[in-house]
Design a binder for this molecule. Structure first.
Ligand SMILES: C[S@@+](CC[C@H](N)C(=O)[O-])C[C@H]1O[C@@H](n2cnc3c(N)ncnc32)[C@H](O)[C@@H]1O
Length: 568
């Protein structure tokens, strides 16, 4: 992985992970949203009616408020100035109801999991309720139109206020201007003996991001964008404790405000997730056992096998429960599911996991293959391979051969011997900084070049290890836990030039498209079918996933492919 720390370069310390108060992880998905298509029960309808009445009452109160607001020193006037909202008794009741509902998260998860398997009794009850409520349809339609009208009005009002606020901010900043010290002053401050003043740096970061977001309008006369960028880079490196080499790379990829989001996400741990081993159990059964053990879990909606662990009681260790020891699940980051989902293994196939240790993705592949066909789990590192052996035993994998070759040799060992190859390549780890903070300061240009070079060689070997005959194309999935273009799009671009392969959609619903243009470079126009996962966008580890289809068995790319690459 090239994770050698360079301890010679001294970084000025920012608040770092430990100094920051960690908040509860924010989930980018909510299973409850997935109830959207459910048929409304009479209870739902009654609630809608209640909401409509409440909205009408609220509207009336607002109108009254506006009237009294015109009278000086009224009580409502005072309330408005503090910005506090008063809750009506009905609103309070609803808030209490929702707080009580949150207390039964475990019950909810069980319900979500078993929703499709409701007992007949439950179903009958619901049908009865639906029948009862049929007569209400017309009046509810009227109510809904009223609600729509009211919410449109409210939305208009909100937009007007928002526009007023923005205009005010613009005016204020254009009068006063956001003041950033000169580059020399900032450099002096950084070179000083004293510890950097982190709150000052933090607010300067925000100010500089604000200026850079609309440079033409907001910059100080006579100061260049390059100067602001340099100050921004220095401040970010100091505040978040990165070396400037890596921070500059990241700044090239993200805009200033998105970069702050990415860096902030790296300061927090990702949610703990587990993958059900379907060779041993089913997700519903596993979730029930864990819930009964007091472990609060929720489903990962885009996966059939994933669970998010919301809370674990003090007396339970997830890596030592009876279910864990029996091989019912594996602890695995949610984004690690994605390369295997993209690979889409089939029963009876021959599959190579070229860099398999410790075996998270290989065990997932074997489970999807239902222990049929043949899985070669390879890793050059003999020590790490011990973990593959352990995981395979625990999870009951029986269709596999474990090898310890340099992945680059596979075309010689088993030329074109596989239907699919997963290349989860060794990388800089810039997508998993929240797990390994050393990445912040340990990477230099040599490390990235070394990774990129090895990744290119491994990718060509992966392509040469899959077949294409009788109209059946082999597939290669290339993935890394790095966000850097040098280790992702550039590596895939190289393979597109060197071999007759095409990028195909990964079949994944989540992820941002790969870069087609990057700092003046133009990559293959199909690069946008690759997926980029960012911690700040999905609350998952950063990942890159590309899926390649082998077009023929010759080692050189076809003339058409060459022309496509040249013609860009
Ligand atoms: C990102 S990790 C793989 C993680 C694994 N796929 C999983 O899901 O558990 C990369 C692995 O590549 C292995 N590796 C590095 N160079 C290699 C090479 N030339 N051939 C095969 N494996 C290699 C490393 O030992 C490391 O275990």
């Amino acid at each position: 992985m090239g994770r050698k720390a360079n301890f010679e370069e001294k970084q000025k310390k920012g608040p770092g992970k430990k100094a920051k108060k960690q908040q509860a992880p924010v989930y980018s998905f909510d299973v409850r949203e997935f109830d959207g298509n459910r048929k409304l029960t009479s209870r739902d309808k009654a609630r809608a009616k209640k909401r409509a009445l409440k909205a009408a009452a609220q509207q009336e109160r607002k109108a009254k408020k506006q009237k009294t607001a015109q009278q000086p020193n009224s009580k409502e006037d005072e309330l408005d100035s503090t910005g506090e909202e008063q809750f009506s008794p009905e609103e309070m009741a609803e808030l209490q109801e929702s707080a009580a509902a949150q207390g039964t998260q475990q019950e909810k998860t069980k319900k979500t999991l078993f929703g499709e398997e409701d007992s007949d009794e439950d179903k009958e009850e619901e049908e009865e309720e639906d029948d009862d409520s049929e007569g209400e349809e017309d009046s509810e339609d009227d109510i809904e139109t009223d609600i729509e009208k009211m919410s449109k009005k409210l939305e208009k009002e909100n937009q007007r206020r928002l526009a007023e606020g923005e205009a005010y901010m613009e005016e204020a900043t254009s009068k006063v201007g956001v003041q950033i010290p000169s580059l020399e002053e900032v450099k002096k401050e950084m070179d000083g003996e004293t510890e950097p003043d982190l709150p000052t740096i933090n607010s300067r970061i925000k100010d500089t991001a604000f200026i850079l977001a609309d440079f033409k309008k907001r910059h100080e006369e006579g100061r260049s964008r390059a100067e602001y960028m340099e100050i921004f880079l220095m401040d970010l490196s100091t505040y978040y404790s990165y070396n400037t080499f890596l921070m500059e790379k990241l700044l090239h990829m993200f805009g200033p405000s998105e970069l702050i989001e990415f860096l902030e996400a790296n300061e927090l741990p990702r949610p703990v997730t587990i993958r059900t081993n379907t060779l041993r159990t089913r997700r519903k059964v596993l979730a029930t056992s864990l819930i009964d053990r007091g472990v609060d879990v929720d489903i990962i909606p885009w996966s059939r096998v994933g669970l998010v662990v919301m809370r674990t009681p003090g007396n339970v260790t997830l890596g030592a429960t009876p279910e864990y020891l029996a091989g019912h699940y594996i602890l695995q980051g949610a984004s690690s599911f994605l390369p295997v989902m993209a690979l889409s293994p089939k029963e009876g196939e021959k599959i190579l996991d070229m860099c398999a240790a410790p075996g998270g993705k290989a065990t997932h592949i074997a489970a999807i293959m239902r222990n049929t066909g043949m899985l070669v789990a390879n890793d050059v590192n003999k020590d790490r391979v011990k973990a593959v052996v352990g995981n395979f035993h625990r999870l009951g994998i029986t269709n596999s051969v474990i090898t310890t070759n340099d992945g680059r040799c596979f075309p010689k060992i088993m030329p074109r011997g596989f239907d699919r190859v997963l290349l989860d390549a060794p990388c800089s780890g810039t997508g998993v900084i929240s797990k390994d903070e050393r990445v912040k300061v340990s990477k230099d240009p040599k490390d990235i070049n070394r990774c990129s070079h090895l990744q290119r060689e491994l990718l060509l070997a992966a392509i040469d290890s899959v077949h294409k005959f009788d109209g059946v194309n082999g597939y290669v999935v290339y993935s890394t836990c790095s966000v850097l273009v040098e280790e992702n799009e550039e590596v895939v671009e190289y393979a597109l030039k060197k071999r007759n392969v095409q990028l195909v959609p990964t079949g994944l619903d989540i992820g941002k498209p790969g870069f087609v243009n990057y700092r003046g470079k133009r990559f293959n126009s199909t690069m946008n079918v690759c997926k980029r996962i960012y911690p700040h966008s999905y609350n998952m580890d950063g990942f890159f996933i590309a899926k390649l289809k082998k077009m023929d068995d010759t080692e050189a790319p076809s003339q058409a492919a060459q022309a496509q690459v040249k013609g860009k």
